[in-house]
Design a protein around this ligand. Structure first.
Ligand SMILES: [Zn+2]
Length: 253
């Protein structure tokens, strides 16, 4: 893995939350052809520190993107992937379940993050807004990876838009996932605009980005998935860290 990562452009942002706790957040930018408009896929994970499967999924995505799989090569040729694998590193360090060091649920503060109280969120939001304002960059896709403590399978939350056509287009990606990944459930996928979710990454970016962009929360069960058409459950294990096997078809080491 270390060798693979040597091919990545890594920018380390040093953050200070307390004198003895220094935290690194990494951004991986993979690819691309010089001169072309950058079509960016932005992925964030582990904003909720107790949701460990979020990190396994994110690791699987990174492993696939830097692999020699032909689909990964095509993706690298056409897209830039920016990945913030751990939005709440201080919460993870401290063993918190939901909150940051200062007791905030960061996934409720996207609308107005403070550089003092929510430094990782503030930094990521600045980066996203900069990209949004850059005419040479098209932010096409945003996925925030979480884990769910009561639901089975993988599934998504998406946004509701007034524009019917945009709303229908948002449903295409989770439908495709459902057709290609045995553990992904479209029936558990839902679209909402609850007031209580207004401060989430998916809702904030859904309101910021234009109608050609797609924003989702990807959830994966803490436990297991039910095979379609059966009552059999298959546990998610660390060894099975490539959760979407049929679309990420290579060995996990
Ligand atoms: Zn979560």
């Amino acid at each position: 893995r270390c060798y693979r990562y040597a091919f990545l452009l890594m920018v380390l942002c040093l953050l200070h939350t307390e004198p003895n706790l220094r935290i690194f957040v990494s951004f991986f930018a993979v690819n691309l052809r010089s001169g072309a408009e950058q079509k960016v896929v932005f992925i964030t994970a582990r904003v909720h520190p107790g949701e460990t499967p979020s990190s396994f999924v994110c690791q699987g995505i990174i492993d696939f993107l830097v692999s020699q799989h032909p689909i990964a090569k095509v993706l690298r040729d056409h897209l830039v992937f920016k990945i913030a694998p751990m939005l709440n590193p201080d919460g993870v360090y401290l063993g918190n379940y939901r909150c940051s060091l200062m007791g905030f649920d960061l996934n409720r503060h996207w609308l107005d993050p403070s550089p003092w109280a929510h430094p990782t969120l503030h930094g990521i939001k600045q980066l996203i807004v900069q990209m949004y304002n850059n005419p040479k960059i098209s932010l096409e896709f945003y996925i925030d990876i979480h884990a769910h403590s009561t639901m089975m399978n993988g599934f998504m939350y998406g946004n509701i838009f007034e524009e019917e056509e945009r709303f229908q287009r948002q449903a295409i990606f989770p439908k495709l996932l459902c057709q290609n990944a045995e553990d992904f459930s479209f029936s558990s996928t839902s679209f909402n605009r609850d007031v209580v979710k207004a401060g989430t990454g998916r809702r904030f970016l859904g309101g910021l980005l234009d109608h050609t962009s797609y924003c989702y929360t990807l959830e994966v069960s803490f436990y297991s998935y039910v095979l379609g058409g059966t009552t059999s459950t298959v546990p998610y294990t660390e060894e099975a860290c490539i959760l979407y096997k049929s679309i990420l078809p290579f060995e996990c080491t």
